[in-house]
Design a binder for this molecule. Structure first.
Ligand code: HEC
Length: 143
């Protein structure tokens, strides 16, 4: 057996590999930064949308629901609920119609007693979320 694998070769593999992956990392970072402006619909963030997000957080909707895959897996995904219900009215009607005493025998969606303005803000927030370019996530329309 010859001593084919020298220290110099090991060093070159180390430096060459490091340079290659650093460049790859930089290229992917630039690519991500270039893609953001096309995906971002921040001009759609109105006062109402922010208010809806605040209500979403304060009432811990994510404690039962997922939003674009993040959250609890107890209740339906809501990133696409705007599309599923075909608009804001269906969403509002659903949230409003929750029985105060709950559904017997199981943990169900609570009645939050939102005002009309609050309901509208939540529906606007969910509309905003459905308009984000998420590369088609969630992959289907079901919750
Ligand atoms: C305690 C758990 C829980 C919390 C908290 C909760 N939900 Fe729900 N939600 C559910 C369940 C369960 C369903 C499925 C229908 C049912 O069984 O009542 C549901 C259904 C929905 C639906 C209809 C989804 C569909 O595809 O039919 C909407 C819209 C919704 N919730 C919005 C909200 C919003 C907005 C909040 C926060 C203000 C919230 N939910 C908080 C449990 C919860």
């Amino acid at each position: 057996m010859s001593q084919a694998f020298t220290k110099a070769m090991a060093r070159n593999i180390f430096y060459g590999g490091s340079v290659f992956f650093i460049l790859l990392f930089l290229a992917l970072t630039f690519d991500t930064h270039n893609a953001w402006p096309q995906r971002d619909n921040h001009e759609a963030i109105t006062e109402k949308v922010s208010e809806g997000k605040r209500l979403w957080e304060e009432n811990n909707c994510i404690g039962c629901h997922t939003l674009l895959g993040e959250g609890a897996y107890f209740a339906p995904e809501l990133g696409n609920v705007f599309k599923r219900y075909g608009g804001k009215d269906g969403i509002k009607a659903f949230i409003m119609s929750r029985p105060k005493e709950g559904v017997p025998g199981r943990r169900s969606m609570p009645q939050f007693n939102f005002s009309d303005a609050e309901l509208d803000a939540i529906a606007e927030f969910l509309e905003y979320v459905s308009g984000m370019n998420t590369a088609n996530w969630p992959p289907n329309i079901q919750g």
